[in-house]
Design a protein around this ligand. Structure first.
Ligand code: CP
Length: 304
């Protein structure tokens, strides 16, 4: 039985296979409409979500399966003190596969140790968000046609932004990748990612606070929200939340084929005036997420 807790649980070959399946689903969705008939997905969200939960649910419905679960822990027996382990043991009796989001880093790992069915990490604290990375990779593939030889700017909250941590892990396995890490000093990439991924694998990177200076060299600009829910001190959040706001004038020196990404939700980081720019790819990411989650469900359920 396979789980997906970290993007590194999938080899680059397996990511290639998932992308091929997702592209096949896009071209011929009817072929897949009964693949998961009589299968059930449980979505256990102990933390808020719009895209991840609903795209998992849409994915399972489009595969002909069904969905059960909860969208907040207060409506589950967690509110009565039930542990994550017991919750997972119970839900394993009802569902064939579980997608879970939890504020505690490592909670999906704990779940995988007691689960009778595959566990998918749909985001754990400030740690990882591997299925967002699958959405990001399909977007990069469809926009750029490759994962090699790209200069990738990551901008905003690189400390708490779990999507950034997973994407760096994923892209570091390809050749010719360079990262430009754009953040305030307080929200720099954690040392464990810098040391264990970038330095360990000799991946070129630079750290800067200056988005405008970095802009001309970027093939991809990945904006992120400052993660209010991870701050201990509201004053710090208020001081840092508008550190970067992408507006059309800031794109003057950007490449014509820049790919602007954002895992969403956005707050202020990208002006809505950028939405009509042909380089804005963040709503394409949303749709790509559904296709990649369909491909992932098929893989983990070992459906032909
Ligand atoms: N990108 C993402 O994880 O969005 P949600 O929090 O809405 O699921």
């Amino acid at each position: 039985m396979r789980h997906l807790l970290d993007i590194l649980d999938l080899s680059t070959e397996e990511i290639g296979e998932l992308i091929n399946i997702a592209c096949d689903i896009i071209n011929d969705p009817d072929k897949y409409s009964e693949k998961c008939r009589r299968k059930k997905l449980a979505t256990l969200f102990f933390e808020p979500s719009t895209r991840t939960r609903l795209s998992f649910e849409a994915a399972m419905y489009e595969l002909g399966g069904s969905v059960l679960g909860f969208s907040e822990s207060s409506s589950s027996s967690t509110a009565k003190g039930e542990s994550v382990s017991d919750t997972i043991k119970v839900v394993s009796c009802y569902a064939d596969i579980i997608a879970m989001r939890h504020p505690k880093e490592g909670a999906p790992m704990v779940a995988s140790m007691v689960s009778g069915v595959p566990i998918i990490n749909a985001g754990d604290g400030g740690h990882n968000h591997p299925t967002q990375t699958l959405a990001d990779l399909l977007t990069i593939y469809r926009e750029k046609g490759r994962f090699n030889d790209l200069t990738v700017g990551l901008c905003g909250d690189l400390k708490f932004g779990r999507t950034v941590h997973s994407l760096i892990n994923a892209l570091s396995r390809y050749t010719g990748i360079k990262f430009v890490l754009i953040s305030p000093d307080e929200l720099k990439l954690p040392d464990y990612v810098t040391n264990n991924v970038l330095i360990k694998n000799n991946i070129p990177y630079e750290e800067t606070t200056d988005l405008l200076a970095a802009m001309p060299k970027l093939d991809i600009l990945y904006m992120t929200r400052v993660q209010k829910e991870r701050f201990f001190n509201e004053q710090d959040y208020i001081r840092l939340k508008d550190s970067y706001i992408l507006t059309p004038d800031k794109l003057t020196d950007a490449k014509e084929d820049l790919c602007i990404m954002h895992p969403l939700p956005r707050v202020n980081e990208i002006s809505v005036a950028v939405d009509n720019d042909p380089r804005a790819c963040y709503f394409k990411q949303v749709l790509n997420g559904k296709y990649m989650r369909m491909a992932l469900i098929l893989k983990l359920l070992e459906v032909e």
